[in-house]
Design a protein around this ligand. Structure first.
Ligand SMILES: [Zn+2]
Ligand SMILES: [Zn+2]
Length: 173
């Protein structure tokens, strides 16, 4: 067997290393690209003789090939981020120009199968929020049950009652 073009000698593993050597991990776990940025703002890296947008390349290298016609979106809303776990496959909602302009998109059915906490995105476990992002019901349930959330909800309710008492006092007084 003959060897192909020289660039084929670089393995995907080496490309993964190369990509990871040019990021800084933020507190939120975002991989912020420190390498070359296109004048339009997105990071680029060359891969097998082609320039790739870094978040697309990260998805391709760490999660798998990107089906034709789909775009890569961020769950973290942080555009320089290329953490494969913060990326999902989506489709642009052509009816929502605002969302498209902001680089936001809707989850595609071909997107990765579970939320970042590993719950499967089954139809029963999935809803799409007002921003067009896919959300995990299980995570939502866990959040609603957490003592932190309950404490805040109780606090809100207490304040509302307090405000109501004051208004009724004024009204009756
Ligand atoms: Zn991120
Ligand atoms: Zn979840």
């Amino acid at each position: 067997m003959t060897r192909g073009h020289w660039s084929k000698l670089i393995s995907d593993d080496e490309y993964r290393q190369k990509l990871k050597s040019q990021i800084v991990v933020t507190e939120q776990g975002c991989w912020e690209w420190q390498g070359y940025r296109h004048p339009k703002g997105y990071g680029t890296m060359s891969y097998r003789c082609k320039e790739w947008r870094v978040h697309r390349l990260a998805y391709h290298l760490f999660r798998g090939p990107i089906p034709d016609g789909l775009v890569i979106c961020h769950t973290c809303d942080n555009r320089p981020c290329c953490n494969p776990l913060h990326l999902f496959l989506g489709t642009y909602d052509i009816n929502n120009k605002d969302m498209a302009a902001k680089g936001r998109c809707k989850y595609s059915a071909a997107s990765w199968p579970s939320c970042k906490h590993g719950h499967e995105f089954t139809p029963e476990n999935t809803y799409v929020d007002s921003r067009g992002f896919r959300q995990c019901r299980e995570c939502n349930r866990i959040r609603l049950r957490s003592p932190e959330y309950r404490r805040k909800a109780n606090e809100r309710q207490r304040r509302r009652r307090e405000a109501q008492r004051l208004t009724s006092k004024v009204a009756n007084g």
